[in-house]
Design a protein around this ligand. Structure first.
Ligand code: B12
Length: 256
């Protein structure tokens, strides 16, 4: 059964796929996976290499490439879930690549319903590096992960045992937000400030300032880059302006 699914997933154009029995998925901060799908038994995890867009100094080009990948992954996730239901007689639920995500003052670090990095590790697709990204043995850290939950009982693939991070510290030094200074944790607030400068924090800052200012200044505030860019973010969704930890890592970059 795993071979049949693997073949289908790779035929979709994804770069790699692995399987994790739910008992091997260990993400202490995330909700128990059965709360999402009580009958879930395994996770089909796939990954896709991001291309050169992440190297562009132009944030529009970088983010547009990411949006292309996200659109592709969204339809691939649907096809895999459909394949599992139609061709394997299973039930299947796909996991968001990034969002929808519960963003709430009650979830200040935006812990997702399923941690795709921990799922990837459990499915033998890689290991954590100093940047807290999961490094794929062939493709490096520049991969996005996707997953489908299923009630098919599938055994876990072998874990990657090799240490792939060379501890060169380039990611730590390159991070413009100093968000990686403490080993084993990404400082959420610091990372967000630089990587999503027109995200929720900016919107809150904008409206708090608005509430406190004169009618003339309020009019002026509408004709600022901050307002225009947050307007754009409101229909694009999360927009990343930083890929430094991702593209500075020297590990595994040569495999296209
Ligand atoms: C919320 C979120 C963020 C938040 C918070 C990150 C965070 N601390 O978790 C912010 C906005 C800061 C963020 C930033 C980025 N993100 Co993000 N993000 C997510 C999301 C949606 C949820 C993550 C989550 O639930 N975290 C909370 C819990 C699970 O994390 P945790 O248990 O506390 O584990 C943390 C540490 O303990 C440590 N850790 C845990 N176990 C171990 C073990 C070892 C040995 C080590 C060293 C570390 C370690 O790693 C985690 C990082 O803080 C996931 C998608 C998903 N559903 O998984 C994408 C995801 C993690 N993001 C991703 C990416 C690419 C990015 C960015 C590069 C931004 C960009 N331009 O795309 C940066 C990288 C920041 C970094 N170096 O950590 C990819 C990572 C791919 C990969 N190769 O690993 C994911 C998986 C999206 C995807 N579909 O592929 N992200």
């Amino acid at each position: 059964m795993k071979d049949k699914i693997r073949k289908f997933v790779l035929e979709q154009g994804l770069d790699d796929v692995g399987f994790a029995a739910v008992s091997d998925y260990k993400s202490p901060q995330s909700p128990k996976i059965e709360t999402l799908f009580p009958e879930v038994k395994s996770i089909v995890v796939a990954c896709i290499k991001e291309m050169s867009h992440v190297d562009s100094p132009n944030p529009q080009i970088a983010m547009n490439g990411r949006l292309d990948v996200m659109e592709f992954v969204r339809s691939s996730n649907y096809k895999i879930a459909r394949f599992l239901e139609k061709e394997c007689g299973a039930r299947a639920m796909s996991v968001p690549l990034s969002y929808p995500l519960e963003i709430s003052p009650d979830n200040p670090r935006s812990v997702a319903d399923v941690s795709l990095r921990h799922a990837a590790v459990a499915a033998g697709l890689g290991v954590f590096g100093r940047h807290n990204l999961v490094i794929h043995p062939r493709l490096g850290p520049r991969v996005l992960f996707m997953a489908v939950l299923t009630d098919l009982p599938l055994s876990s693939d072998s874990k990657v045992e090799e240490e792939l991070c060379t501890q060169c510290n380039i990611c730590v030094e390159c991070c413009p937000a100093s968000a990686l200074d403490v080993e084993g944790q990404t400082d959420f607030g610091k990372c967000l400030k630089v990587s999503q400068p027109y995200g929720l924090a900016k919107i809150i800052e904008f409206w708090l300032k608005w509430a406190d200012t004169s009618p003339q200044e309020q009019k002026n505030m509408l004709f600022t880059k901050d307002f225009f860019m947050t307007y754009q973010a409101s229909f694009i969704g999360f927009q990343y302006f930083c890929f430094k930890c991702y593209n500075s890592c020297p590990v595994g970059g040569s495999d296209k």
